[in-house]
Design a protein around this ligand. Structure first.
Ligand code: ADP
Ligand code: MG
Length: 639
């Protein structure tokens, strides 16, 4: 609890104690006898209740006055000020009986509710801050045989840092010596530690559990995983969900309307129908207390905020509450194949050299041409080649998105890619009978042969499609730039509803646009999600209602373009994300219906004179507290 919160709490405790004293005195002591008259007794009670009232509520009164000065008249402070001062003012109507106790109580409970709200908001902030704790304070660098701690901002790409057991990895990099186990749970929600050895990638934010690691940094701190996550979560609060915006707008018009109705309620019957003023003023006051919208104004943003925090603990980063809302309505999920459903580490199955070339030559040409690319194919080819790359020979590399690579090697044009690339350059290539992704290679205008590579499904891809069906997603579709025969096999293994192969990146956009139209035609609310690992997927990610990117393997551009990032690259987390998003929306709607329902009920009762102030206090503060407790569940949803 913060200092300020503690002070407020103490103040309320003191006010509650004084209130209890005032209540006991006014009920148990024969004040009338002591003071010699009813009027004197009532004014004495008035004073007794005024003390705890002012101690608890002076800040509310001050805020109400200040807001009037600023022209923002209609807020809950004003509602509370009028309602409670009004209750005290009823002392002026001798036939109404005194209502000071209620006036003081309304203020007290209102403040208890406010305190509770601050506490809840603080707690969800803290749970997000705990996750934020993944931010490291320093990186160890060896200087003249000793380790010194350096600000991670000062470490450059290529620097070597040392991560001792028990420390957090401060920057993204690759292990150059040592082996250990990494606890990635803060990032991915995955409880099982990951073994790392020389050559493995490590991402910042993980905890090094067992051994000492020497890591060569591959990204500056600002672009490392930790910084990116922090940025995403911090910005998430700015993107408001439709429901959230609605409530804010609602509160802005609602309060003046309520004040107007309360005034009408208080004056019409006495003015025109000769009813008792005190009775109707009371009804008006009760009406005011009940109508305070704070249960909604606080609990709904809290649900979204807590939900985003809770999901990030599961390794699912949602960039705003609007995407959370959209996720809950996803009907169609479109997948990219390579790197999304398959793990993107291709194995070379076979090399078929053309006349005049041998296997090694074909592999070497391909590996050299691919050496600047980050595409999963490129990385796999380099790994299969296994020898060092002589970058002096390579010039003028161009990546033809969805087709392959063009490069100059030793001054000769080399092409590595699919049949479309060969056709575009007029190279006569040989078809391959094997099923797999085919990399054709040409050298100086002549066909050099092809490499057959195959990718494997991610272990949980089949499960991912099945669980999407389980949560009621209508269509799962796969799009790929790969060959039709490969796509057909993968599609069949996975059980997707349909697939399209041999698509260029722009074809994928067109395809998704068509599917979006279809979705719109089918239902107004239904949303389409596109899931990609991002290498050349950014345009599609932006186009979809919800763009979901693979965080660990995905490219920076994709993470940038996406609305949701899966930290551990597991497609099965999509169904989980949808389930959690739906639970959050359910909680939001529960709160809306519950709060408005109870309030309408008590308002109705107040209008016909059946509700008293105490019921009004429950309808306001009680409902707010219940709604907040309900909203806090969003932080702990497991999916
Ligand atoms: P997917 O849609 O399955 O993610 P891409 O759009 O990234 O696949 O690539 C489509 C096809 O383009 C690949 O199957 C491959 O034939 C070819 N291709 C793309 N990039 C490369 C590359 N760097 N080297 C060789 N071929 C490539
Ligand atoms: Mg891809």
């Amino acid at each position: 609890m913060s200092k300020k919160l503690k002070r407020t709490r103490n103040r309320i405790v003191v006010a509650l104690a004084l209130f209890a004293v005032a209540y006991l005195v006014s009920h148990l002591c024969p004040l009338e006898e002591w003071l010699g008259g009813r009027a004197a007794a009532i004014w004495c009670e008035f004073g007794l209740f005024l003390i705890p009232y002012l101690i608890a509520g002076y800040d509310v009164l001050a805020k109400a006055v200040r807001n009037i000065g600023r022209g923002q008249i209609f807020d809950e402070n004003l509602l509370m000020a009028i309602a409670t001062l009004g209750a005290f003012a009823l002392v002026l109507f001798p036939d109404a009986g005194p209502h000071m106790a209620e006036g003081a109580a309304v203020m007290l409970f209102y403040q208890v509710g406010e305190l509770f709200q601050s506490y809840a908001v603080g707690k969800s902030r803290k749970s997000i801050a705990d996750m934020m704790d993944i931010a490291p304070d320093f990186a160890n660098v060896e200087r003249d045989g000793v380790l010194v701690q350096i600000d991670p901002y000062e470490i450059a790409i290529g620097d070597e840092i040392v991560v001792i057991a028990g420390e957090r990895v401060p920057l993204d990099g690759i292990v150059i010596s040592g082996e250990s186990q990494l606890d990635t749970s803060a990032l991915t929600g995955e409880p099982i530690p990951r073994d790392v050895v020389e050559g493995d990638d490590v991402i910042s934010g993980c905890v090094n559990m067992t051994g000492k690691l020497v890591v060569r940094v591959t990204k500056p701190f600002e672009q490392s995983t930790v910084s990116r996550i922090l940025e995403l979560v911090e910005n998430a609060a700015d993107k408001k969900a439709v429901t959230e915006n609605f409530i804010t707008r609602f509160a802005r018009y609602y309060t003046p309307v309520v004040v107007g109705v309360a005034v009408l309620l208080a004056v019409i019957a006495p003015l025109f129908f000769g009813q008792s003023w005190s009775d109707w003023i009371q009804r008006g006051l009760i009406f005011l207390v009940v109508s305070c919208p704070c249960a909604l104004v606080i609990s709904i943003p809290l649900s979204f905020f807590g939900g985003i925090g809770g999901m990030s603990k599961l390794g699912i980063l949602v960039k705003g509450s609007n995407y959370l809302e959209a996720l809950a309505d996803v009907n169609t999920v479109v997948f990219d194949k390579t790197g999304t459903l398959t793990d993107g580490s291709f194995n070379v199955i076979d090399v078929h050299p053309a006349e005049g070339f041998d296997e090694q030559r074909v592999l070497s040409l391909a590996a050299h041409a691919e050496s600047y690319s980050n595409h999963p194919i490129a990385i796999s080819v380099e790994r299969a080649y296994g020898k060092s790359i002589d970058s002096e020979q390579i010039e003028d590399v161009r990546e033809e998105s969805g087709q392959g690579i063009r490069a100059m090697i030793d001054g000769r044009a080399v092409l590595v890619g699919n049949s479309r690339l060969m056709e575009d350059h007029g190279i006569a290539f040989k078809e391959c009978k094997l099923i797999g992704t085919i990399l054709h290679v040409s050298y100086d205008g002549a066909y050099a042969g092809h490499i057959v590579i195959a990718d494997v499904l991610k272990p949980d891809s089949i499960d991912a499609i099945a669980s999407l069906k389980g949560v009621g997603v209508k269509k799962a579709i796969m799009l790929t730039g790969d060959r039709d025969d490969v796509a057909a096999i993968v599609a069949k293994q996975l059980g997707v509803d349909s697939y399209r192969a041999q698509l260029m990146p722009q074809d994928k956009v067109a395809e998704v646009e068509e599917l979006l139209e279809e979705e719109r035609a089918r239902s107004k609310k239904g949303k389409l999600a596109f899931v990609g690992d991002g290498i050349n997927d950014a345009p599609v990610l932006m186009r979809a209602d919800v763009g979901i990117a693979m965080g660990a393997m995905g490219s920076d551009a994709a993470i940038e373009a996406a609305d949701v990032v899966l930290m551990d690259d597991k497609p099965s987390n999509i169904a989980k994300a949808i389930r959690v998003a739906r639970s959050i929306m359910r909680i939001v709607w529960q709160n809306i219906i519950f709060a408005i329902g109870i309030k309408l009920l008590v308002l109705g009762l107040a209008a016909v004179g059946l509700a008293n102030m105490w019921l009004a206090v429950f309808a306001d503060v009680g409902v707010a507290i219940l709604a907040i407790l309900n909203a806090m569940r969003c932080m702990r949803l497991k999916g």
